[in-house]
Design a protein around this ligand. Structure first.
Ligand code: ATP
Length: 252
């Protein structure tokens, strides 16, 4: 996977972590000297899962992916704590491993808004803190939390020594959207179409661009043609505003 849209940021920390893991494996340092983890945030589809995969690849460790929302499907405190412990236990059994916790902001939140909710939330957060750095800290588990709402994460989870690194993935700028397009489409955008592409994909995430490519490929396939930018024009209506050859193709 190319280093796109801030995913390059993973490299610096990834390499540092990889070196620490290697020192840990050779007994030079204890698990206490290895970073606990980090938080990656950003709007939906900006590559948070890709970030986790890139990190695991850089460190050459397996990844155990869970979602904090799944942890609490039952809603009962003990089930929630058990589910969290099981995830950490699974990562530990494969360790050193990356435990990727998607929707981390869901930790401690509960649908039922009753008077016990605050207490429930506190206990769940305390349970997670125990697993992160307390009595129950699992040796060999690096945690990467992901969220679309970093403001909803309890600050205790993010304090120094816990998930104390924060990577933010923003919506990609025009140049990055072009790169993401090329990455997924396997061809570059024709130069005369670059401005129109930038305009009509403004505000799109990496996931949106990938979907655009998928839709264009489908059109090409149905028409028995080799996939090209003209198929993208057909699926991206705003591109019809382009004063180009492609616009005329699409208009007919
Ligand atoms: P969500 O918040 O909805 O869980 P996310 O931030 O975890 O989304 P990903 O699952 O990592 O996003 O990305 C969704 C899809 O979009 C991926 O399949 C990936 O191929 C594509 N994508 C996102 N960002 C990029 C990028 N920077 N480069 C290439 N592809 C990308």
């Amino acid at each position: 996977m190319a280093d796109l849209n801030g995913l390059g940021a993973v490299k610096e920390w990834g390499l540092e972590l990889a070196m620490d893991l290697s020192d840990f494996r050779s007994g030079l340092i204890s698990w206490d000297d290895v970073d606990n983890g980090a938080l990656v945030s950003g709007p939906p589809g900006t590559g948070k899962t890709l970030f986790a995969e890139a990190l695991a690849r850089t460190c050459d460790i397996p990844i155990v992916a869970v979602s904090a929302a799944q942890w609490q499907t039952a809603g009962y405190l003990n089930d929630m704590l058990k589910a969290m412990r099981e995830s950490f236990g699974e990562a530990q059994s494969k360790g050193p491993a990356l435990l990727f916790v998607d929707e981390l902001d869901a930790v401690g939140s509960r649908m039922i808004n009753d008077s016990r909710n605050a207490d429930y939330k506190r206990q769940v957060i305390n349970g997670l803190l125990e697993l992160l750095d307390g009595f129950e800290r699992r040796s060999g588990v690096v945690v990467l939390g992901a969220t679309n709402h970093p403001e909803n994460i309890d600050p205790a989870i993010l304090r120094a020594g816990r998930l104390d690194r924060h990577f933010f993935l923003s919506l990609p700028d025009a140049a990055t959207r072009r790169q993401i397009f090329t990455f997924h489409a396997d061809f570059s955008i024709p130069e005369e179409q670059e401005d129109g592409f930038a305009r009509s994909t403004a505000g799109m995430s990496g996931a949106d661009i990938k979907q655009l490519v998928r839709d264009g490929r489908r059109v090409a396939r149905r028409q028995g043609e080799k996939f090209g930018f003209e198929h993208i024009v057909k699926v991206a209506t705003p591109l019809l505003a382009l004063p180009s050859e492609h616009m005329r193709v699409a208009a007919y």
